[in-house]
Ligand binder design. Structure first.
Ligand SMILES: Nc1nc2c(c(=O)[nH]1)N[C@H]1C(S)=C(S)[C@@H](COP(=O)(O)O)O[C@H]1N2
Ligand SMILES: [Mo]
Length: 314
């Protein structure tokens, strides 16, 4: 198999050392992923998944802590479509990443279906380092490459009655063993309000650590809400729908008393089964205090001033 060395400009040099790259590839190959034709990893190596175009880091979003080692962020995952363990790399790497289309529909003037590579060409992509806080109390700090959701929504022109946005994950039974667990409400759907969708923080990653987004992290295309618990950040999105009805999200359907619609990070509001006061950083294992809105209050607190009666925190 051909292992293509990436050119320097494809990787923000300060973040990714050749050692990381080698280690990560070895980990994946050890999992047997590279040997399966048509898989995410093989498709990337064969150039079916093109490298990311040149882009810059946006320094407006400061990480305020160390970037998580790439290897940790790409091997410790929650992606129930591939299984309930944290180690789903082998299963996820069977997912074909191209062709990949995203349907944008519902209450929009110009519904459209886009190929992921067309979106990458059409929209301004940049790198942003965001903190991500899982409701289970682990956390990571990741350089994502992508575009702001608001830029995509501009293309389709939401109508005045659109109040919510939902994100639907691909359902590929041939490669997703988790779908056979029929007690889960597949497909995975997540949602937010239109104001949250238009917020500058709401980001649609197509890459991570300067490279195309790997399947286990929700490649080729996902959403990230850095101020909400990680379960809101739906992976491998194939459909974005604008609607006037609040979407019933996946985890809400499974356990409404534990996982609500808003799910904003708040260290003072405990999960029914554990405290949310601190979090464990992937990589170092260090425990650090959790911050209100995961530290993004200056960008998002204003979204919630008239919603005090809602269950905003869990
Ligand atoms: N489709 C789908 N999206 C998902 C999940 C999932 O199981 N399926 N898990 C969520 C949870 S609980 C978290 S914490 C993040 C984890 O993202 P990561 O694996 O890239 O760290 O993805 C979220 N998105
Ligand atoms: Mo999570």
């Amino acid at each position: 198999m051909l292992i293509r060395r990436r050119r320097g400009y494809e990787i923000p040099e300060s973040q990714v050392t050749p050692e990381h790259l080698v280690l990560n590839r070895r980990a994946l190959m050890g999992a047997g992923a590279a040997l399966l034709p048509g898989t995410a990893f093989a498709q990337q190596a064969a150039g079916v998944v093109p490298p990311l175009p040149e882009h810059q880091r946006n320094l407006r979003y400061r990480p305020e802590r160390e970037i998580t080692p790439e290897r940790e962020a790409t091997t410790y995952n929650n992606f129930y479509e591939f299984g309930t363990s944290k180690n789903i790399v082998r299963e996820a790497s069977r997912m074909p990443m191209r062709p990949w289309t995203i349907q944008v529909d519902g209450m929009v003037a110009k519904p459209a279906t886009y190929g992921v590579d067309d979106l990458i060409r059409m929209l301004p992509i940049e790198e942003r380092i965001y903190r991500l806080r899982c409701v289970e109390a682990w956390a990571m700090t990741v350089p994502w490459t992508g575009f702001q959701l608001s830029e995509l929504l501009k293309l389709v022109e939401p109508t005045a009655n659109a109040r919510y946005v939902s994100f639907t994950t691909a359902q590929l039974p041939a490669v997703m063993p988790g779908l056979r667990q029929s007690w889960y409400p597949w497909p995975h759907v997540e949602g937010c309000t239109i104001a949250e969708a238009m917020n500058e923080l709401t980001f649609m990653p197509v890459g991570m650590y300067g490279k195309p987004l790997l399947a286990q992290n929700g490649g080729p295309f996902r959403v990230v809400f850095p101020w909400k618990y990680g379960f809101k950040s739906g992976k491998s999105v194939v459909r974005i729908t604008l609607t006037d009805r609040r979407p019933e999200n996946f985890w809400f359907k499974i356990q409404p008393s534990e996982y609500g619609f808003w799910a904003n990070v708040n260290p003072e509001v405990a999960h029914p089964r554990w405290s949310q006061a601190t979090e464990r950083l992937l990589g170092s294992g260090e425990r650090v205090p959790t911050r209100l809105f995961n530290g993004y209050g200056e960008f998002v607190a204003g979204l919630y001033t008239n919603l005090q009666r809602e269950r905003l925190w869990a």
